[in-house]
Design a protein around this ligand. Structure first.
Ligand SMILES: [Ca+2]
Ligand SMILES: [Ca+2]
Ligand SMILES: [Ca+2]
Ligand SMILES: [Ca+2]
Length: 447
């Protein structure tokens, strides 16, 4: 089950401890003042995320954070700004790190200060003098082949840029940095397996990741559009564009090589008992976006959406060639996270062709596994992955500490060799200001 549902007009009286920036971005096309109109029908397209959190069910060491069978929780409560004298200028009465003199506009709630996300609802959580003015809509008109990694972050819906060295009064949450790297965090390619005229794009020894390994796309294939806003980020071990491009996605030589992330490759133990896992820590044709974010002081978790397409279906299941998609996070303390990867299915398998969510495909039995493919093949049309497999959109959520600086590295790589490419689409980073910190999980977003 998913923890979050799209807000309907019927729910708008009790919304808004939770906000989807992606939803705000999405609204840009049709609603000029989306955050100021939470009770209109248009808000169904505006505010993307809600939750049913039970504030009385505080997480305990061994207790589940939610009912895994029903997903049941109570609706969130609207933030009501508490009356506050703010008469202790240099103290920090609410313990949120800001004194009134430093810019805390309400020193009686830790949910309001310059580091907060400004949630629709009439309260000026971020204390900049204007309620509900969180930036949005920054991913329109971005160039497909744009080289600025900050644009890739914008494509994900991250519209607020923060200054790493800002004084307290303007120490907002937001994106601190972004860069394209290989999946091990390195920035220059090792000696690739192939190079020369066979290469697509600009990969070579000593180069940064191939510029064709990434793209900022308004659409992928005939059917896949962004989950939030106007564009999404594509990362590929082939060419990160729709359709067939040279040998991509059958097996393009992008002509880069790096190490795998620390701890990888890992087996898909639950999905592939006895899988012959490669011990080679070489990542072919890898690409990653690494971003640093100072998290909102009023958020407890975040989520992002991804959609993994792989040419390895149906030929290579449970093999040493299985490509990986990982979402690595630092710091991360959850007990169910292996090697900092917050993205895995309910069995703990990392995202590859073996993942339990591979449901867009022509059905069949391959590698000893039955693939029912309940989502059909329509979404493969025009992608270059016709006859192959994809997950369709999934949503990964993970807890954060409010106001901390986190690093996220989203990456894909070819395992074993550089043949049979995989492409992941990424979009819709959303902050959740509910009371609870759920452990990392991945599931289908609500329709
Ligand atoms: Ca304070
Ligand atoms: Ca405060
Ligand atoms: Ca504001
Ligand atoms: Ca607000």
């Amino acid at each position: 089950m998913s923890k979050r549902v799209a807000i309907s007009s019927a729910m708008t009286t009790s919304l808004l401890l939770v906000v989807g920036l992606g939803g705000g971005c999405r609204s840009a096309a049709g609603d000029p003042e989306p955050f100021n109109a939470p009770s209109s029908d248009a808000s169904a397209d505006v505010v993307d995320a809600s939750t049913e959190l039970d504030a009385t069910n505080e997480p305990e060491a061994d207790a589940p954070f939610f009912d895994p069978d029903t997903g049941e929780k109570d609706a969130p409560e609207v933030l009501v700004e508490p009356p506050c004298d703010n008469d202790n200028l240099d103290g920090d009465e609410d313990g949120d790190g800001w004194s009134v003199a430093q810019g805390d506009c309400n020193d009686c709630t830790e949910l309001m200060n310059p580091g907060a996300l400004d949630i629709p609802g009439g309260v000026d959580e971020d204390c900049n003098g204007t309620p509900d003015d969180e930036p949005f809509g920054c991913d329109e008109g971005l160039a497909v082949e744009g080289n600025d990694p900050m644009d890739a972050a914008r494509a994900l819906g991250l519209c607020r840029i923060a200054d790493p060295d800002a004084p307290m009064a303007t120490k907002s949450w937001g994106l601190l940095s972004a860069k394209y790297v290989f999946v091990d965090g390195s920035a220059t390619s090792g000696t690739p397996k192939f190079f020369g005229t066979d290469c697509m794009g600009d990969g070579n020894q000593g180069t940064p990741p191939n510029s064709l390994s990434r793209g900022i796309l308004p659409q992928f294939g005939n059917a896949t559009t962004p989950m939030g806003g106007a564009s999404m980020l594509a990362l590929s071990t082939g060419v990160a564009r729709s359709g067939v491009n040279g040998m991509s996605p059958a097996g393009a030589h992008m002509c880069t090589k790096s190490g795998t992330p620390s701890g990888f490759p890992t087996p898909s133990e639950a999905a592939c008992p006895g899988q012959n896992i490669d011990t080679d820590t070489t990542a072919y044709d890898s690409i990653a976006l690494e971003i640093q974010i100072r998290t909102p002081t009023n958020a407890q978790s975040f989520s992002f959406d991804f959609n993994f397409f792989t040419y390895e279906y149906p030929n290579y299941i449970c093999s040493q060639y299985n490509d990986f998609f990982v979402a690595l996070m630092w710091p991360v303390t959850a007990a169910n996270v292996l090697h900092n990867n917050i993205c895995f299915d309910t069995q703990g398998n990392p995202v590859s062709v073996n993942n339990g969510f591979l449901e867009v495909c022509p059905p069949g039995t391959h590698g000893g596994k039955v693939f029912d493919c309940p989502l059909g093949i329509g979404e493969l049309a025009g992608t270059g992955f016709e006859g192959r497999g994809a997950n369709w959109w999934l949503r990964t959520s993970a807890p954060i500490e409010p106001g901390e600086t986190i690093t996220l590295r989203f990456g894909v790589w070819d395992m074993g060799d550089d043949a049979y490419d995989s492409t992941v689409l990424l979009d819709n980073v959303v902050w959740d200001t509910g009371d609870l910190q759920l452990p990392p999980f991945t599931d289908r977003p609500p329709k």
